[in-house]
Design a protein around this ligand. Structure first.
Ligand SMILES: [Zn+2]
Length: 386
C-alpha cells in the first residue's frame, strides 16, 4: 500500500491510499477556501450521564445532491470536488461538516449550575471513499480493493488514536437512503471521539463484571458458545466467525469476530488481515440478497402484499439494495483491555417492503423489540451464501 498525505485548499488533510506503484498524487485543490464555521461542543446529559455532541453547523451540509454535483467523485471535466485527483483508489479526508473537530471546537457559555457541563467537541471526523465509481457499493469491490480499504482503516485508527485527547476510534459505513445517507457515493466515515461512547462504556462495564464473576473474558466465552451452539452461525472462516447474536436487536444483524481476541484493527495479524476482505464482502453480498426471494412461510406472506401480488408469487422479488450499518467496534486507547475488535452489521429492513423504525419503545426507552427470530435470520443468511 502507498500512502500520500496532501492538504486541501482550506487546510483539511486528504490522504490517498494506492496499491504499490508509482502513481504521483500531486493534484492541487483549486477551490477558494471557504471560511470554516465549525464549532462543535459536547454537553453532558445530566440525567443519563452520556455525552451529546452539538454540531449546529452541520445543518448546512449537502443533502442528496444530483450525481453531477457529487462532492466525492474525482475532479474531472473542469468540475472540482473534495478529491482533486482525476481518479483514485481509496481516499480519506477530513469531513467538511464534522461533528467533532480539532480546529476551533466550541464551548457553550459557562453556567452557574454544575449540572450543565460542557466540553469542546475536540476530535476528528473523516470520510473514506471506497472507490471513484459513483454507482458502485462496497459489495461490488474486488477483494484487493477491500483489502486497500482495510489498510486505510488500520492506518487511520493508528493515526487518529495518537491524536491528543482522542479516546476511541470508530470506523463505520451507513449505506442507503433509508438509513439517512445524504451522499450516495460509496463511502464510510471515521470518528475519533474525545469520550467513551455510551455503548463502548456499557460493553466495558459488562466485560469487567463478567471477568470479576467468572475469571474469563466475555467476548472469548461468547464466541466459543456461539460456535458450539451453531444455530446462529452465519459464516466460519479459518480466522473469523460471523453469527447472529442471541439477543439480536435488528431484523437481520450479524456480528463478526476474529478467533484470536485483539483490541483493534491495527492489532490483526497478517493471516487475519488476509482473510477478512473475502469474509466481509461475502457478508455484504448476502445482505444484498436477503430480500430477493421469500425467506420462509412468514416472510413469504409479508412479501406477497399488494405490491408483489402481480408477480404471481414464488419467483424472485428483486428489491432495492439493502440499507445497512456496518459498525467496527474497537477497544478505546485506555481501559478497554477486555474488549474484542468486532464488526456489527445490521439492516433496518425486515421484509422486502418493510422497515424497522426506532419508535416509542426503542427511541423512548432504549428497549428493543425484534420482529425476526435470530435463529431464522441466521438460517436465511446461510441460504443466501454465494
Ligand atoms: Zn460520486
Amino acid at each position: 500500500m502507498r500512502k500520500t498525505v496532501t492538504e486541501l485548499a482550506d487546510g483539511r488533510e486528504l490522504v490517498y491510499y494506492d496499491p504499490d506503484g508509482d502513481e504521483v498524487r500531486d493534484a492541487t485543490d483549486p477551490r477558494p477556501p471557504e471560511p470554516a464555521a465549525v464549532r462543535p461542543e459536547l454537553r453532558l446529559d445530566p440525567v443519563l450521564g452520556d455525552w451529546v455532541t452539538v454540531a449546529a453547523h452541520r445543518q448546512g451540509r449537502p443533502y442528496r445532491p444530483p450525481a453531477g454535483d457529487c462532492p466525492l467523485c474525482p475532479s474531472r471535466g473542469g468540475r472540482s470536488t473534495e478529491i482533486p485527483a482525476a481518479d483514485y483508489h481509496v481516499v480519506v479526508f477530513e469531513n467538511r461538516f464534522p461533528s467533532l473537530s480539532t480546529q476551533g471546537a466550541g464551548r457553550a457559555p459557562d453556567s452557574p449550575s454544575p449540572l450543565f457541563r460542557t466540553e469542546p467537541g475536540t476530535g476528528r471526523c473523516e470520510v473514506v471513499c471506497f472507490t471513484s465509481d459513483h454507482d458502485a457499493s462496497f459489495a461490488d469491490l474486488s477483494e484487493s480493493r477491500a483489502a486497500l480499504v482495510l489498510d486505510a482503516w488500520i492506518d487511520r485508527t493508528t493515526e487518529l488514536a495518537a491524536l491528543p485527547g482522542v479516546r476511541q476510534v470508530y470506523c463505520f459505513e451507513n449505506r442507503g437512503a433509508e438509513i439517512g445517507v445524504t451522499l450516495p457515493h460509496p463511502h464510510g466515515q471515521i470518528y475519533a471521539y474525545p469520550f467513551l461512547t455510551p455503548r463502548t462504556g456499557k460493553m466495558i462495564a459488562r466485560a469487567a463484571e463478567y471477568r470479576a464473576r467468572t475469571g474469563h473474558n466475555l467476548a472469548e466465552d461468547l464466541l466459543a458458545a456461539e460456535r458450539l451452539d451453531r444455530r446462529r452461525l452465519v459464516l466460519t472462516g479459518t480466522h473469523w466467525t460471523a453469527f447472529v447474536p442471541f439477543a439480536a436487536r435488528w431484523p437481520y444483524e450479524v456480528h463478526l469476530y476474529p478467533h484470536r481476541r485483539v483490541p483493534d484493527l491495527p492489532a490483526l495479524g497478517p493471516a487475519e488481515r488476509a482473510e477478512l476482505p473475502s469474509i466481509y464482502l461475502e457478508l455484504l453480498r448476502r445482505f444484498d440478497r436477503l430480500f430477493d426471494t421469500p425467506a420462509d412461510g412468514e416472510d413469504a406472506a409479508d412479501g406477497n402484499g399488494t405490491d408483489d401480488g402481480a408477480d404471481g408469487g414464488g419467483g424472485p422479488t428483486p428489491s432495492a439494495p439493502t440499507p445497512y450499518i456496518a459498525a467496527w467496534h474497537q477497544a478505546p486507547r485506555h481501559g478497554g483491555g477486555e474488549l474484542s475488535l468486532h464488526l456489527e452489521l445490521f439492516t433496518i429492513r425486515r421484509a422486502a417492503n418493510k422497515f424497522k423504525f426506532l419508535a416509542g419503545v426503542e427511541s423512548g426507552q432504549d428497549a428493543f423489540v425484534n420482529d425476526v427470530l435470530p435463529e431464522a435470520a441466521a438460517r436465511r443468511l446461510r441460504e443466501v451464501a454465494s
